[in-house]
Design a protein around this ligand. Structure first.
Ligand code: NAD
Length: 487
């Protein structure tokens, strides 16, 4: 059966999800569908009082259910039941996600949603396996490092992969014995609301997951500054991450995981397999129209193979077929909003006015929705915003180098250090370059995540603090207590 659907047919959940039920709310922020620009819903803004209600619901759920204190295997079992239901309801989740976001429905069921369920299962298995430590002390004492959940975790997610990002936050926090109040992006809240509803249907305690809708200024600030939130877990832009740090510093110190922006380089050496490299590079600008934190938006290629590689990439990107996210065959996504189209275009036109060469694209596509042509820019000034700013759109820049040192100097970004790609057949070079790159993730002869959830993800420099995924994400959701007992 085709996954295609009519956007008007989707029944949108209205309001917030607190204490295990929908709490109706007045819509305040108009929402437009990225695929056709149609005004289709209003997002409410949870007030300081409502955020407090959600935090209290989380605290009550922890107290009444014994989520953190009963046998840990019970958490594992409950989270697996939730993952079962996510898989069973994948089509409904996919429609709720595709209608408001840039994610095409055809990529969601077996992609983002299957991966989200898998990651919840991955974290579920830590609950009864990851333990505390006995540490060496003098024989007259017993030293232990006990770990405990924080209580209620405050999570905030961006719009680019709404369900995946919610899964990254909820999976480890819940497995580690916490409750969560999560604020999804005001642009894409619906699939996250339904994800929370499914948790209750799967038997997770009502109030363990609470979803508050709203913007950063009111709802996000109330959540990160709430005195009874034990830990903040945020994914979004570096600017918002900095505002959250300032708010947390003002309102009471608490640990934070911050997954922020990037401007990731892909280094291609002359001995690379060019056809494979072209596919990896092209897909990193085509996938979600470049709206990925790890988008490999800066191609840095050995001058000897630059022309051949650019030609191969141009062929691949010329095959991108834009379409609405509710069409099962769509591969090339819209951009999230008109504001984002304007921002991308302003950076591209600034570069072109300064003499950049446009190998492909260079402007919005003529369509009802927010589509931007896959764009390849070369011959850029080093200070061009196209090279320095996170564009968050389908724009790839090309720079060439003569020597490895020059490649590394170009790759090094003063602000960001999220991910990097290296393409070479020379193992020694691959290891040398990987060690030199200042990035939280380095992919060699591939670009992009696999389904090896044990590999954590996170940034160097202003790309973030702490990790999502991996053992680190579970551990980051528990605090440690040092205990010394004289015997
Ligand atoms: P954004 O920072 O504008 O918003 C992200 C979320 O933060 C939204 O829910 C928003 O309402 C909220 N928010 C904004 N200001 C806030 C504040 N002062 N206090 C509390 N909450 C606030 O980002 P976006 O446009 O939704 O997403 C794109 C950004 O996210 C890009 O920079 C991208 O690189 C980044 N991102 C990073 C990762 C990663 O793993 N490092 C993953 C996905 C996206």
């Amino acid at each position: 059966m085709s996954l295609s659907f009519s956007p008007e047919s989707v029944d949108l959940p209205r309001g917030h999800f607190i204490g295990g039920k929908m709490v109706p709310a007045k819509g305040e922020m108009p929402m437009r569908r990225p695929s056709d620009g149609v005004l289709y819903a209003d997002c409410p803004i949870a007030s300081v009082e409502l955020v407090d209600e959600a935090v209290q619901a989380g605290k009550r759920a922890l107290k009444d259910s014994g989520w953190a204190t009963e046998r840990p295997r019970e958490r594992t079992k409950a989270l697996h039941r939730w993952a079962d239901l996510i898989e069973a309801e994948a089509e409904t989740l996919a429609r709720l996600e595709a209608v408001s976001s840039t994610r095409p429905v055809g990529q969601l069921v077996d992609g983002d949603i299957a991966v989200t369920a898998e990651q919840i299962r991955f974290f579920a298995e830590f609950a009864d396996k990851e333990g505390s430590d006995l540490v060496p002390t003098a024989s007259g004492s017993l030293g232990m490092i006990m770990t405990e959940p924080y209580g209620v975790v405050g999570a905030i997610t961006p719009w680019n992969f709404p369900l995946s990002m919610a899964g990254w936050k909820l999976g480890p926090a819940l497995a580690a014995g916490n409750a969560v109040v999560l604020k999804p992006s005001e642009l894409t809240p619906f699939s996250t609301l339904y994800l929370a509803e499914l948790s209750v249907r799967a038997g997770l305690p009502a109030g363990l997951i609470n979803i508050v809708l709203g913007n950063g200024a009111v709802t996000g600030t109330a959540l990160t500054g709430h005195p009874e939130i034990g830990k903040v877990s945020f994914t979004g832009s570096t600017v918002a991450g900095a505002a959250i740090m300032a708010n947390v510093a003002r309102t009471g110190i608490k640990p934070m995981t911050l997954e922020l922006g990037g401007k990731s380089p892909q280094l291609v050496f002359a001995d690379a397999d060019l056809s494979r490299t072209a596919k990896a590079v092209a897909s990193s600008i085509l996938f979600n129209a470049g709206q990925a934190c790890v988008a490999g938006s800066r191609l840095i290629v050995d001058a000897r193979v630059a022309d051949a590689l650019v030609d191969a990439i141009l062929v691949l990107i010329s095959e991108a077929r834009p379409g609405p996210t509710w069409d099962a065959d769509t591969q090339y996504s819209p951009v999230i909003s008109q504001a984002q189209i304007d921002r991308i275009d302003s950076i591209v036109q600034t570069a072109r006015r300064a003499g950049a060469e446009t190998y492909a694209g260079g402007g919005p596509l003529d369509s009802a929705g927010y589509f931007y042509a896959p764009t390849l820019l070369g011959n850029l000034e080093p200070s061009s915003p196209a090279l320095t700013e996170e564009i968050f759109g389908p724009v790839l820049t090309v720079q060439t180098f003569q020597h490895e040192d020059e490649a590394l100097a170009l790759a090094d970004h003063p602000t960001y250090g999220l991910a990097a790609g290296v393409f070479t057949q020379d193992v020694s070079r691959a290891i040398r370059v990987t060690r030199a790159l200042q990035a939280g993730t380095v992919w060699v002869n591939r670009y992009g995540r696999s389904r090896d959830h044990i590999l954590p993800t996170g940034g160097y420099k202003s790309s973030g603090i702490g990790k999502d995924l991996g053992r680190e994400a579970y551990q980051a959701n528990r605090k440690s207590k040092s205990v010394l007992i004289d015997v």
